[in-house]
Design a protein. Structure first.
Length: 193
């Protein structure tokens, strides 16, 4: 019943209701902006990332936009666009760090143009500004706060590309403990969304 009455409200009003804890308002905003999430998500390609994961992180960006939106600064639509785009870039940056790959592997698809002579695509130069990395750093900081000292050491080595066996040897723990820490971190990150 409430969801039906909320349908006629302006987006800014829905955001206020969602910030106040009305799940129905949150659902309506997500329903309305889901096509935007898809549009932004499909602009990115990374051979090592599933498109569903990129979309999921776009939805995390939308949810964050709902909670951090301030109507005195900009329209919700433009704020949501920036938040979704930033969250996707942060996800790709995080995955790149984890896999020790360069950010240039994840590029905007619309930035590629095929030349007539069948030469390879040129990849545009992507620049990471402070804002994009800040969100990734906040997530990393939150994860580290939720870990014990030994778990932080294990997680840091895992991020640096150490194998489970190497971490096990250096930290004097079992490989099962290493895997448990990695799974714990994944759960913490998924709860942030």
């Amino acid at each position: 019943m409430l969801k039906y009455r909320l349908r006629g409200k302006r987006v800014e009003d829905l955001v206020r209701y969602a910030q106040a804890g009305f799940k129905e308002a949150m659902d309506l905003i997500i329903e309305k902006y889901y096509p935007m999430v898809i549009k932004i998500s499909t602009q990115y390609f990374a051979s090592w990332a599933e498109q569903d994961d990129i979309i999921q992180n776009g939805l995390v960006g939308l949810i964050k936009a709902i909670f951090y939106y301030d109507s005195s600064k900009s329209s919700f639509t433009s704020f949501a666009w920036r938040s979704i785009d930033s969250e996707i870039k942060s996800f790709l940056t995080y995955m790149n760090r984890k896999k020790n790959k360069m950010l240039s592997e994840a590029v905007k698809v619309d930035g590629m143009e095929k030349e007539e002579d069948d030469s390879p695509f040129e990849i545009p130069d992507n620049r990471c500004d402070v804002e994009k990395n800040a969100l990734s750093d906040i997530i990393l900081e939150t994860v580290l706060k939720n870990l014990k000292e030994t778990e932080r050491e294990i997680f840091t080595k895992w991020l640096d590309g150490y194998s489970y066996k190497e971490i096990s040897r250096e930290c004097d723990v079992s490989t099962k403990k290493v895997d448990n820490v990695v799974q714990k971190v994944k759960r913490i990150i998924s709860k942030l969304g």
